[in-house]
Write a protein that binds this ligand. Structure first.
Ligand SMILES: Nc1ncnc2c1ncn2[C@@H]1O[C@H](COP(=O)(O)OP(=O)(O)OP(=O)(O)O)[C@@H](O)[C@H]1O
Length: 734
């Protein structure tokens, strides 16, 4: 295309995109008016009004996400048809609802991401816009079907996106999703999809866009049940937290494996050996035995004093009652009533036998039943007996079961548990206790106390609901671009609506799901899934009986001793062979200069794993410097100072004891423009997963990597530039 031709095209594209924003603005005014009208109840029967308000509020949110980057490209079919692709779909109401711009998730948008020279999918051209705010800055074209265009996409927009300095949190990638990623995002598989790929291959990004896609295509089911996204740490969840809202989706609940039991937030970690024990399915036998061990027999007969007689509760009576209770098939807490009833019945017989000894015939049909009934009532009322029964068959919460077990070497031994599970602060819960607590609910039965607490939380939530409605109204009022302001009468309506919603349990999805242990999700995303233990998987499978999962991870980055060694070993128990596996191979984060260093480390501990190929190089060699320990401290401070003056993000990663450094595990799934790794040989020496930890640390950088060490540089890092670092070394990639 000549320069003049390009300029004319650019002008026309700018006009078109400007007209789309015009359409968007009109639409927003229309919807906001309809929203206010629905709040006032215009044109609706009262019963339909809240449905309408909800729908309008959702539509307003949908239109809001397209404030910037509404349209990012155009697709020209061989047939001559043109489609614009963007963040949301808009239609021309005056022209038979012709699409003006297609939602990126619509089937017709697929070719925008997938067409290549080799497989053009009936397309002649893909045009990608570079935009700033509402403006199209320029565009690039890929023309299919010409000689020499059959290779990979020459993607200027992609390179601009991956080169851009990182800000706070992850961004969505709708404008530049790559073909191998798109295939996974749209994969129509109802069961478990495992996505594996090296660091930076976009696993997290793909999983989140798949959620947005599923919410678009299966909206009803997904919105009602919600989607659970499980990630390794709260820092990671903060990092990814904005992606779905930027795509207009809010029906996701985010949790770490330590948050999966309601009312608990476990962050501590057990020592590796203990993690391994608690993560293995063999712990199920220990838990079952620990529960059985709480169904005790009296060592000595307990004397129960009634008004007329004293009866002994001995091991024989307790054993027979225990048998009956166990055979009832009920869970421990529910079977307690059976145990108690059976003991009381036996003691009543014993009491009547004693009182009637010598004068009451065994076959008496009149006095004996009356006396039995009398004795039963006395026994039921006996506090002394109640205390004994509570000791023999206590009502247990999961927390009490586990804390009592951990605190007692005797109980551990009786349950066949490893003595390593003993701990002094028995109820200082760790992340690996969470699946055990969850499992304990299955063994003990429902915990009525937690249910009562949840009901109280619900009541408070209802109370706050009306206030929240008012807040929303105020926020919308602040919006100066559009006429969202509501009149006082609308506010009154909003309050009335709040009351009505309260009756129908309108807590937001996250709250409802968190308060209800039996909540099941429409879909579950598991990130850094290689870290999850066999026991973690049991919890997640319970949360999603439909087994609709997107599981993303990288076995080579596994750090947890109880994590996955193979996907099949973790999954086949639940879904047999009905899970599919996809691989991502291109690294969008780490430039090739840094990836080369990480790849030589990878080859040393996982020689069979092919490292991902970087999508770009940046011309800056990662470096290493040897310094004394004292000088390292100064160099770290200097790094922090220098980076603070640059655009983008940075981090210092090191073993415990390095001032200002965080552990590699805390950076899992995260990324920074500049990374300084300190004392890598000590990271390597940190336990059996040292290599994976260092691999994670080296692959966090999007631009610059430096290494400081005081002892020996690990052999695998010898390729690093050891020359004096020049200021140029800190330039951005270009
Ligand atoms: N198609 C794309 N267009 C633009 N950026 C992309 C694309 N795919 C991935 N990225 C970017 O690459 C970076 C790495 O992505 P992501 O964190 O999803 O990788 P990952 O495979 O989960 O990495 P890790 O295993 O190290 O956690 C992110 O900044 C992401 O936005």
């Amino acid at each position: 295309m000549s320069n003049q031709g390009y300029d004319e095209e650019l002008r026309s594209e700018r006009q078109y995109v400007a007209s789309l924003y015009g359409r968007l603005d009109t639409e927003r005014v229309r919807v906001s008016e309809a929203y206010a009208g629905a709040l006032r109840g215009e044109g609706f029967a009262l019963s339909d009004r809240e449905v309408s308000v909800g729908a309008k509020a959702r539509e307003m949110a949908r239109l809001k996400v397209a404030d910037e980057g509404l349209c990012f490209g155009r697709l020209d079919a061989l047939s001559g048809e043109r489609s614009y692709v963007g963040r949301i779909g808009l239609f021309d109401e005056e022209n038979d609802y012709e699409p003006l711009v297609l939602d990126w998730r619509a089937p017709a948008s697929r070719a925008f991401y997938c067409a290549t020279g080799a497989s053009p999918e009936g397309m002649a051209r893909r045009r990608q816009f570079r935009t700033l705010g509402r403006e199209v800055l320029d565009f690039t074209d890929e023309v299919f079907g010409r000689p020499g265009t059959a290779g990979e996409r020459g993607d200027v927009a992609l390179l601009a996106a991956v080169n851009a300095p990182r800000g706070e949190g992850m961004r969505d990638i709708v404008a530049t999703i790559q073909a191998e990623q798109d295939e996974i995002i749209r994969l129509d598989h109802p069961g478990v999809v495992v996505v594996e790929g090296g660091p930076g291959t976009g696993k997290t990004a793909v999983a989140l866009h798949r959620v947005a896609y599923l919410l678009y295509t299966k909206r009803e089911r997904m919105e009602r049940r919600g989607v659970l996204v499980v990630g390794p740490s709260s820092g990671f969840l903060d990092h990814i937290g904005r992606v779905l809202p930027s795509l207009g989706e809010t029906s996701a609940v985010f949790a770490t494996p330590g948050d999966l039991v309601a009312g608990l937030r476990a962050e501590r970690e057990d020592p590796p050996a203990v993690q391994r024990i608690k993560g293995s399915l063999a712990i199920l036998d220990v838990l079952a035995a620990a529960v059985a061990d709480r169904q005790e027999l009296p060592a000595e007969p307990e004397s129960i004093e009634l008004d007329d007689v004293t009866v002994p509760l001995d091991a024989g009576i307790a054993a027979a009652a225990r048998e009956v209770a166990r055979e009832s098939g009920l869970l421990h807490n529910e079977a307690k009533a059976v145990f108690e009833r059976t003991v009381i019945a036996a003691l009543a017989v014993r009491a009547v036998d004693r009182i009637g000894a010598g004068w009451l015939p065994e076959d008496d049909r009149h006095t004996r039943p009356e006396m039995l009934e009398h004795a039963r009532r006395d026994l039921e009322a006996s506090e002394e007996l109640g205390a004994v029964l509570d000791r023999l068959w206590p009502s247990l919460t999961p927390q009490r079961l586990l804390a009592d077990l951990y605190a007692s070497p005797e109980r551990l031994q009786a349950a066949g548990a490893d003595p390593a599970l003993f701990r002094e602060d028995a109820d200082a819960w760790t992340v690996s206790d969470v699946p055990l607590l969850d499992e304990a609910v299955e063994l003990l039965g429902r915990d009525r106390t937690a249910e009562r607490r949840a009901e109280e939380r619900r009541r408070l939530a209802r109370k706050e609901y009306a206030e929240r409605v008012l807040e929303i109204v105020e926020v919308e009022d602040d919006h100066d671009d559009y006429e969202f302001a509501l009149r006082p009468t609308d506010v009154l309506m909003a309050e009335e609506l709040a009351d009505r919603f309260a009756e129908r349990d309108e807590r937001d999805l996250a709250e409802r799901a968190a308060a209800d242990r039996e909540w099941t999700y429409g879909h579950v995303v598991v990130d850094e899934a290689q870290e999850l233990s066999e026991m973690d998987w049991r919890v997640l499978m319970r949360r999603c009986p439909s087994r609709s999962f997107t599981v993303v991870g990288d076995l080579a980055q596994r750090r947890s001793p109880s994590g996955a060694r193979s996907w099949d070993a973790m999954l086949s128990r639940y879904v047999a062979d009905r899970w599919v596996y996809r691989k991502l191979t291109v690294n969008y984060r780490t430039p090739s200069e840094i990836m080369a260093v990480a790849a030589s480390l990878l080859a040393s501990f996982a020689p069979d794993v092919v490292p991902p190929e970087s999508v770009r190089s940046c011309g800056i060699r990662p470096w290493a410097r040897r310094l004394s320990e004292v000088d390292i401290e100064d160099a770290v401070a200097e790094f922090v100072r220098e980076e603070a003056g640059r655009e983008g993000t940075s981090v210092v990663i090191g073993p415990p004891g390095v001032p200002g450094a965080i552990a590699p595990s805390a950076t899992k799934g995260l990324e920074y423009d500049a990374v300084l790794v300190v004392e890598p040989e000590r990271i390597l020496a940190e336990g059996p997963s040292g290599e994976a930890e260092l691999y994670v640390a080296l692959t966090r950088a999007t631009q610059r990597l430096g290494v400081l060490y005081s002892g020996v540089l690990p052999k695998v890092l010898r390729g690093l530039d050891s020359g004096r670092r020049t200021p140029d070394a800190y330039l951005h990639c270009v």
